[in-house]
Design a protein around this ligand. Sequence first.
Ligand code: G3I
Length: 364
Amino acid sequence: MELNKLSLKMGVKSVKKLLVAFLLSLLTLGLASNGLEGETLRSLAEKLGIYVGFASINNFWVLADGSTYMEVAKREFNILTPENHMKWDSIHPERDRYDFSKAERHVKFALENGMVVHGHTLVWHNQLPPWLNKEWTKEELLQVLEEHIKTVVGYFKGKVKIWDVVNEAVSDAGRYRETIWYKVIGPEYIEKAFIWAREADPDATLIYNDYNIETINPKSNFVYQLVKELKEKGVPIDGVGFQMHIDINGINYESFRNNLKRFADLGLKLYITEMDVRIPKNATQEHLQKQAEIYAKIFEICLENPAVEAIQFWGFTDKYSWVPGFFTGYDHALIFDRDYNPKPAYFAIKQVLAKKLEEKLKGK
Ligand code: G3I
């Protein structure tokens, strides 16, 4: 290569290096001086190419503080799961009647604000309508389930990008949970649900969702074998959802990291679907700081694994969390307080996202 071309190439290279260094110094300066004021969880997530989101509360559009709720939601999040309004009791209240009206409001808000919609859930044993509570033959219940899945997935085709197809099919002991679906149909209801969902919307991402499967334990081992066999049989399962309902004690982080890896090694996408970290009702600053550390650690480990697509909280303000009604003596599980003020956990998560972005820009 002649000298002039070589010097030009060298010149271009050093200009590029200078530019990168200049950009990084701006970014580092900004981040180092905690210059995250202009950033939100959403802006950082989008720069990282991941989703950070929440479960949207029932009827948020008519809440007294609905405008604040929606303002914070669209500022901070790029994915949404309707907390209850896509469950059977809401969306399929009678054998021959579906009611999509409430679910539609969640979907409308999400799509109007550029958010991905995560559907929850096509098959579960809770929040079932009274008409299901009767004696069914296997053939009858299979027909009911197939019709439900194809009707609901078909209705939201192209709008709901991810579906919790089957939720909590495994008991804490690590066996098939004895639900109406399992008892009447047998374990095959699981693979059929995924097959029918794929038929109804070939472009939707289909996942299995459960709680207490975040670390390696008898339950997550059973789920691992289940999804491994589904994949090997060619059942259209795309991912696994780890609900991450945890408390102030945190989890075994090494086990969590290894558990994510083994599921990712199956070629599955991974989702943290319902995260909250409950702390004592009479919370101290120490509790809030410990909660922040737990949230940050979970995000750090998730961001190490490229198979993790999304991290969602089960709500975002303590004001509407399910926790105080279900765990006596616990509360304050989310990242905004009752008055929508960001808590230490919010800032800790933001720092982790910003650090990851800095590493990404440095080409790490
Ligand atoms: O809709 C009725 C309303 O008509 C009635 O007046 C009111 C008082 O009885 O109850 C309302 O139903 C409540 C429903 O939430 C609201 O949609 C149920 O009582 C209540 O039990 C139900 O709780 C939900 C819970 O699932 C049911 O198991 C929580 O909001 C919801 O956050 C929680 O979410 C689950 C996920 O779907 C799956 N993973 C675990 C997670 C926490 O349990």
